[in-house]
Design a protein around this ligand. Structure first.
Ligand code: IVH
Length: 641
């Protein structure tokens, strides 16, 4: 009786975990899941029995003493590499010449993690192993069982060996590093270190994922990579998207369009494979690689170099950011000489030293960052006692160092004014960074109100300012008084309050007076608001009540936009693919302004999907779930209606 119920519970719980971790589409709440899980645990205690696919195995058992060897059923090959599209083309030309006809290719991400090879027998996970030397790896079964997206049992009942990449999602890495005593340098180290850890509880705590791309052995007759991926999906494995085409130029275009910064996992290239398994067999292997696949490697985003010195930069909030001065290195096609170290706390945690070597990372539109030290050399970095810009005594708050001279420190004041004028804030066109520095240096403008006192004669004193430009800037300044509340809150530059939180605060409070009257306790009721940010907000308004009063008397009295009755009222909208007329953030702004809510991924709550060019998995998920989908033209028509 009890065992029957246990089996029932295991089946239910595994199905819900599959929906949650693999499909990203849960059908029950966490609370309901927990209740069923608790029931299973008490039955396991009562019977003293734990079935092989029980989710209770996910928490990780006792640490093991050492890893044992695992021999793979078939040898695991690695991939040949190329770095240019010419090389990729000549690879495909050579294949096609020998076959005298076009070949179908698949294109996949080259995931940057740790190869894992899993064996299932009779529907149950039997073992999991690392690649090792390709023939013999390490048995990491207990570690891999803790990874929630890995099925403990599958529908397929024969023997099946599958291969995938153990990865740490970038969001999981970021979350882990927020509180980690010693931060992980990157996602690959995070995944490899967790899987090759003797204590499975460490693996469990790191929230890893496995994405599968290969069936190494199966008693099922398979004809193509596409079928392999289908078989993996049918058996509840997580896979990534797959492009199939006979046109190598299409492959190249697709590789060019990959935006690594938009993915939640690290990739170091793309893998092109021959789709047909029959052709693969004819092509065979060299002693290291299959001839039927090649990895197109992206330029490295990480490298090591020497840290020459550290300077401190004062930001608009008064925060001093340490900047690493590096021995110049080539990274991602650019010469990198400086990188951010975030804050003093980070320097200590990352154990970075002057004269030592450091690992740095640069992705396309992100400032290069020091990830950590790679040796133990060098001298300690001494935190400054005085502000490098104005000489004031600094104050330390947690991991951060601040200059308290809010009204007399040039980079702070100019930084605040620059942010105030930006798009998404007061949006005053014509007041560039350079102009603002001139306003401060030549006209002594050192406050937001100061901008609204500017006259034509003042502006004539600035370089490059003539009649037309002056009248444009003055009318822009005047126009900015009609700002809406969320942009105004964002413009103030309160520590910890960015665009998203500013918009949440505007929606919640409706007016600046109501927001100014809020207590920390009240503010903390807002989702994602922590006690520190709530404290910063309250302190900000305590100190700036008079300034807000002065802005109001100038005619700036923003109110929240009325969202009711907009065409997107009540809609939960997902944007996917690229739109030609707007950026993502412009489209999101419009949806919110017209009463809708913008979601990051397609779930059962989504009511509408706006699909632009090259829309991918979100679109197919929406199609599968029968969610209403509109294209860019229909979106524009809705906005205009
Ligand atoms: S296929 C015989 N597909 O790259 C080919 N490998 O450099 C077997 N990798 O050891 C590998 N993403 O760890 C394949 N989509 C993908 C991959 C992938 C990442 C890794 C894998 C392999 C290494 C080879």
């Amino acid at each position: 009786m009890m065992e029957k119920r246990m089996k029932e519970l295991i089946e239910l719980l595994n199905r819900y975990a599959y929906e949650y971790y693999v499909l990203d589409d849960p059908s029950i709440s966490d609370k309901e899941y927990d209740a069923l899980y608790d029931e299973l645990i008490s039955l396991e205690k009562a019977t003293g029995k734990v079935f092989a696919d029980s989710p209770s195995l996910r928490v990780g058992g006792e640490p093991i003493k050492e890893f044992t060897e695992h021999r793979h059923i078939n040898r695991l090959y690695s991939l040949d590499k190329c770095k240019t599209f010419d090389e990729l083309k000549s690879w495909s030309e050579k294949l096609e010449q020998s076959f005298m006809h076009p070949i179908e290719y698949t294109l996949e991400y080259k995931l940057d993690g740790l190869t894992l090879c899993l064996t299932y027998e009779n529907g149950n996970l039997l073992s999991a192993a690392t690649r090792g030397n390709g023939t013999v790896g390490e048995d990491v079964t207990e570690q891999v069982k803790t990874i929630r997206s890995v099925p403990l049992s599958i529908p397929h009942k024969g023997i099946m060996e599958v291969q995938g990449e153990g990865i740490m999602r970038l969001s999981a890495l970021e979350k882990y590093n927020l509180t980690a005593k010693e931060p992980l340098k990157n996602a690959r180290n995070g995944a490899a270190g967790a899987i090759r850890n003797l204590d499975p509880k460490v693996t469990a705590s790191r929230n890893l994922d496995v994405i599968f791309y290969n069936v190494n052995y199966s008693d099922e007759e398979l004809v193509s990579q596409q079928q392999m991926i289908e078989l993996l999906k049918e058996n509840h494995f997580k896979t990534e998207k797959l492009l199939i085409t006979s046109d190598i130029n299409r492959i190249i275009e697709e590789i060019k369009s990959v935006d690594r910064d938009k993915l939640d996992f690290a990739i170091d290239g793309m893998v092109v494979k021959v789709n047909s398994l029959e052709i693969r067999e004819q092509l065979g292997y060299t002693d290291k690689f299959p001839r039927w696949a090649i990895a197109y490697k992206f330029e490295a985003e990480e490298t090591t170099t020497r840290l020459k010195n550290v300077s401190w930069q004062v930001g608009r909030t008064g925060k001093l950011t340490p900047i690493a001065e590096l021995s110049p290195v080539e990274l991602c096609g650019a010469r990198v000489k400086r990188a951010t170290l975030n804050n003093y706390g980070d320097i200590v945690r990352k154990n970075v030293k002057i004269g030592g070597r450091v690992l740095i990372r640069r992705s396309n539109d992100v400032i290069p960052e020091v990830l950590g030290a790679t040796d133990n050399e060098g001298e300690d970095i001494v935190p400054p006692k005085k502000c490098p810009a104005c000489g004031s005594d600094v104050i330390t708050e947690g991991a951060n160092i601040f200059c308290p001279n809010e009204y007399g420190c040039r980079p702070q004041i100019c930084g605040k004014l620059i942010h105030f004028c930006e798009k998404g804030c007061m949006d005053i066109e014509g007041l560039s960074e350079k102009t603002i520095m001139q306003l401060y240096d030549k006209l002594k403008i050192n406050s937001f109100e100061g901008l609204y006192s500017l006259k034509k004669d003042d502006l004539l004193k600035l370089d490059g300012f003539k009649d037309k430009k002056i009248s444009n800037v003055l009318s822009e300044i005047e126009r900015s008084k009609q700002v809406d509340l969320s942009h105004f809150i964002n413009a103030l530059g309160i520590l910890g309050v960015g665009k998203k939180l500013a918009s949440d605060l505007a929606a919640r409070y409706g007016s600046i007076d109501a927001l100014m009257a809020a207590s920390t306790g009240e503010l903390m009721a807002i989702p994602d608001m922590g006690p520190i940010t709530a404290k910063y907000i309250v302190e900000y308004f305590d100190r700036h009540r008079d300034m807000i009063g002065r802005l109001k008397s100038i005619g700036i009295d923003p109110v929240a936009r009325e969202n009711k009755g907009g065409v997107f009222e009540g809609q939960k909208v997902v944007l996917t693919g690229s739109l030609s007329s707007f950026s993502r953030s412009e489209a999101s702004d419009m949806i919110v302004r017209l009463g809708g809510e913008v979601l990051g991924s397609v779930t059962s709550k989504t009511t509408l999907v706006v699909a632009g060019e090259n829309a991918g998995s979100k679109l197919s998920k929406a199609e599968k779930n029968g969610i209403k989908i509109i294209d860019e033209n229909e979106f524009i028509a809705l906005i205009n209606s």
